[in-house]
Design a protein around this ligand. Structure first.
Ligand code: COI
Length: 403
């Protein structure tokens, strides 16, 4: 069972312990805290040096989407049997990894020379956000969904995974321990980044002998440097993000390196990001490098169906539900690139991105333009979602976890 907010608070006030670094993975900094818990779940601990309402020294008005190191991270290393037991908060710092760690050695998705099959590196990540409410409480949005997605990804690439309870509990610990780094209401959010990796040494191509579940966080503002300005996307028909039968549907780190070249090229030409097509027909929309995509025509909102090549975004799922509640017909299906010419609005969704309107999409030299601004459906959905996440709108869906 996940602990309640009040019991977590009690633990915060009462627990403080120091523990050793693990043998497989260590941290560069010296301070490390452990709850010394007797249960199988991690206990929430936090050094008592900072007051509840204290803020870190950050320029909250100028947050971008970069790393601002917070105080603590969380590490849980599996046993050799792939079990995750007790994790701990440690000072945020550099990691020490075996040079033979699975995650370092099979670090790119590539074709096996012998079998021709894809080889998948064992590394997954997640992203969720904590919001600071006016009353000082922290809200985390649907961390159980991130936990479930990590489980799905771990299964796909043969990794053991912490339980949903362990995952959610660890997210809460990190959010609370780093509370002073969470931006004031309206100034940004605390981006929480869970990782799962094959950290044990391995020479041949096989699952690693040990795994590390780690969470760090950073206060962030807008993902795109354009801020809230609508995006200008470029449709890529040379590079693909994912292939059928691959791992595009899970949050494998291998889905991200292959798009860097396409992003660099698009950004060099003044675009915000790249929209990818399916690799078989080069005809159907997949997703943008950093987010999912939705196309609006009249009262119908269409988004590419998650058939293994498209990430099942938590924001995507939430927007589908909110849009249906608002009376829109939402269709998860194959969306042809030609449909972009008929669309009224296009928007992107993601944890980092939020809900971002698209001003234009350029495909084969033709620039298509869409409605943007305060009166758009994208803006309406964004306002509802952000309202729920930040506590401004009552959460009737049980999506928000208050800490
Ligand atoms: C997120 O939205 O959380 C992501 O993982 C996308 C990433 C490119 C920042």
């Amino acid at each position: 069972m996940i602990r309640t907010a009040s019991s977590i608070r009690t633990l915060i006030q009462s627990l403080r312990a120091i523990s050793s670094f693990s043998s497989q993975i260590g941290v560069g900094a010296r301070n490390s805290y452990n709850s010394g818990a007797v249960s199988s779940l991690q206990q929430v601990i936090r050094p008592s040096t900072y007051g509840e309402d204290e803020y870190a020294d950050v320029d909250w008005d100028n947050l971008g989407f970069g790393i601002t190191p917070a105080d603590y991270m969380y590490i849980n290393q599996s046993t050799k049997d792939g079990e995750f037991h007790q994790g701990q908060l440690s000072r945020y710092g550099a990691l020490e990894l075996s040079p033979a760690a699975g995650v370092l050695n099979y670090g790119q998705a590539r074709k096996s020379l012998t079998s021709g099959r894809q080889i998948w590196i064992q590394g997954l990540y997640e992203g969720t956000k904590a919001y600071r409410k006016e009353d000082g409480r922290l809200l985390v949005f649907r961390p159980d969904q991130n936990a479930l997605r990590m489980k799905m990804g771990a299964d796909r690439i043969c990794m053991p995974c912490p339980s949903v309870d362990q995952f959610v509990d660890a997210v809460k610990q990190v959010a609370l321990a780093n509370k002073r780094w969470t931006p004031p209401p309206g100034k940004g959010t605390m981006y929480i980044r869970p990782l799962l990796m094959g950290s044990g040494p391995i020479m041949g191509l096989a699952p690693a002998p040990e795994y590390t579940f780690l969470i760090y966080c950073s206060p962030v503002g807008n993902y795109f440097k354009e801020g809230f300005a609508p995006l200008n996307l470029y449709v890529e028909d040379e590079f693909h993000r994912a292939t059928r039968g691959g791992a595009g549907g899970v949050k494998s780190i291998t889905n991200y390196a292959p798009v860097l070249k396409a992003i660099a090229r698009a950004k060099g030409n003044g675009y915000s990001d790249v929209l990818y097509l399916d690799s078989v027909h080069k005809r159907y929309l997949e997703e943008v490098s950093s987010c999912n995509i939705f196309v609006l025509k009249g009262r119908v909102i269409s988004t590419p169906a998650a058939i293994g090549t498209i990430l099942q975004g938590v924001t995507r799922k939430s927007i589908i539900e909110i849009a249906s509640d608002q009376g829109y017909q939402v269709e998860e299906r194959a969306v042809a690139v030609d449909e972009l010419a008929e669309a009224d609005e296009v928007f992107c969704t993601g944890t980092a991105v939020g809900v971002a309107s698209v001003a234009s999409i350029t495909y084969q030299g033709k620039r298509l333009e869409y409605k943007v601004g305060a009166e758009t459906v994208a803006q309406q959905l964004y306002s509802i979602l952000e309202g729920i996440k930040s506590g401004a709108i009552e959460d009737k869906k049980g999506w928000v976890v208050e800490i």
